[in-house]
Design a protein. Structure first.
Length: 346
């Protein structure tokens, strides 16, 4: 059964009427949004649109089913953007689905991830109660940041209806430097150096087997000066001047096309050699080696689980979250907001 609410009251009615619900936004992460046999599907595609946008305050509020692409068009008209670079925007990803999955793109390296830009959430919990966490403006930041619990929750606590974010001015100019090394060891040595230097890089990615991609942004004169410094530091590199299309493909995970399983793996630079020994397909390490997006098959997924490496499957597996959320804190929040277990844990 598929339910398509058009407002808050219809969401409440759906929650109270069904013992098991799975929420879907844009459907760009099918491993997370495909209902199991006993679950009703709550499709939020009609719950869309900007509710408030104050460019001078750098904040907006929108309904959870709003496609990120629509939000970005509105922001672009005022020279603003979402610096956490939400993935899969070009494929139809929504605000609510992005928050539930806790996904950030390559630009998180400079300004932080989604969690740092979410100001508030309004949602319906498992008892049909309307709950608000956080606020709609930056100044409303005192107290426990309850709204941040929704980031990466996979919808386990309730159905997000309304979200508020802060935004930043869009860089006037950007440049990308691509540096190829002979070996992974050499690339990792450069990666570690670049992580420690005050270079204000927008993005710092490792593309196996041994290529680094660095993105700069800001005023044109500053970008050119920093680009010259990087070339002097690294000794060589290919400069991509018109780099926007390239990075749009990266954040839409175009490099995973053709892989049956898409997976996100939180990692650290020192773990990269171990990960490179696994049977993974096309892949890319974002944020200076802090997160891996990889394409694989069942063999690669099995290898990740055998080594106890946590991961989130976006496409192609029945059990998307490993390990499942079992902490005492998570259990207490789940019991308080969804005592009847209406919402899945992954």
């Amino acid at each position: 059964m598929t339910l398509r609410p058009e407002g808050l009251e219809e969401v409440r009615e759906a929650v109270l009427a069904h013992p098991h619900l799975r929420v879907r936004g844009g459907g760009t992460k099918p491993a997370l949004s495909t209902p199991k046999e006993e679950e009703a599907l709550l499709d939020l595609s009609r719950l869309r649109g900007l509710l408030e946008y104050e460019p001078e305050e750098f904040v907006f509020t929108a309904l959870a089913g709003t496609p990120i692409a629509e939000v970005e068009e509105a922001l672009k008209a005022h020279g603003q953007y979402l610096p956490f670079d939400p993935p899969l925007a070009g494929r139809g990803a929504t605000l609510g689905g992005t928050v539930a999955a806790g996904l950030s793109g390559p630009l998180r390296h400079r300004y932080g991830g989604l969690r740092d830009f979410l100001l508030g959430v309004r949602f319906v919990d498992g008892e049909g109660r309307v709950v608000r966490g956080g606020g709609k403006v930056v100044k409303n930041a005192a107290g426990f940041p309850f709204h941040r619990l929704m980031v990466g929750s996979l919808g386990a606590f309730g159905v997000m209806v309304e979200l508020s974010f802060k935004v930043f001015p869009r860089p006037r100019a950007t440049r990308t430097l691509r540096v190829r090394r002979e070996t992974l060891r050499e690339a990792l040595a450069d990666l570690e150096r670049l992580r420690l230097l005050p270079l204000d890089l927008l993005a710092l990615d490792l593309v196996p087997p041994a290529t680094l991609e660095l993105r700069l942004g800001g005023f044109r004169e500053s970008v050119e000066a920093r680009l010259g410094r990087l070339l002097g530091l690294l000794g060589e590199g290919e400069v991509l001047e018109e780099d926007a299309p390239h990075w749009e493909g990266v954040r839409d995970l175009a490099f995973l096309e053709g892989s049956p399983v898409w997976v996100k793996v939180p990692t650290k630079p020192h773990l990269i050699p171990e990960l490179e020994g696994l049977p993974l397909g096309p892949r890319r390490y974002l944020d200076g080696g802090e997160v891996l997006y990889a394409g694989t098959a069942e063999e690669g997924l099995k290898a990740l689980r055998e080594r106890g490496l946590p991961h989130l499957v976006l496409q192609g597996a029945q059990e998307p979250l490993h390990p499942p959320p079992l902490s005492a804190f998570f259990a207490k929040v789940k019991e308080a907001l969804d005592p009847k277990g209406r919402f899945p844990l992954g």
